[in-house]
Design a binder for this molecule. Structure first.
Ligand code: DQA
Length: 146
């Protein structure tokens, strides 16, 4: 069994730290990935981290993760609310999936209240800021150990 956790981020999350810091905080994606790497190591996992602004690229990466990764932590960004293609790709992925949203999407516009990915997710972390990624890695490691 492979020991890699894939952290996948969707559109606009490359701008973390610059983008609406009142909503998304001041940490960059590189900061988040480094924190997750350090945490994952304590559980014996390595992190592969990818970000794309393109739906099809995210779908391709989910396909590539099949059989090669222990689990996925995904923040699909705005594609959460629109993408049946990402849901379908995750449904073809056999290992646990944790969905992360930095902001509390339920306190925001109603179009953010529904996520297609949530139908597939084994856990959802919402509104815990950028710390949500570490919570997701921790929860994934717990699921995988059980
Ligand atoms: C987000 C919430 C989405 O509604 C938004 O489109 C994002 C980020 C979050 O992490 O809070 O890009 O997924």
């Amino acid at each position: 069994m492979t020991q890699t956790i894939l952290i996948l981020n969707g559109p606009n999350l490359n701008l973390l730290g610059q983008r609406q810091p009142d909503i998304y905080g001041s940490e960059t994606l590189a900061d988040i990935e480094a924190d997750c790497r350090r945490l994952a190591e304590t559980f014996g996992y390595t992190i592969a981290a990818l970000q794309s602004n393109h739906e099809g690229e995210l779908v391709d990466w989910i396909h590539d993760a099949r059989g090669k990764t222990a689990g996925i932590v995904i923040n699909p960004g705005a594609y959460s609310h629109t993408s049946v293609a990402i849901l379908d790709a995750l449904n073809a992925y056999e290992s646990p999936v944790i969905e992360v949203h930095i902001s509390n999407v339920h306190k925001r516009e109603s179009f953010r209240h529904h996520s297609y990915v949530s139908q597939r997710a084994d856990g959802i972390i919402v509104g815990c800021g950028t710390n949500g990624y570490q919570l997701a890695v921790r929860h994934l490691a717990t699921i995988l150990a059980s």
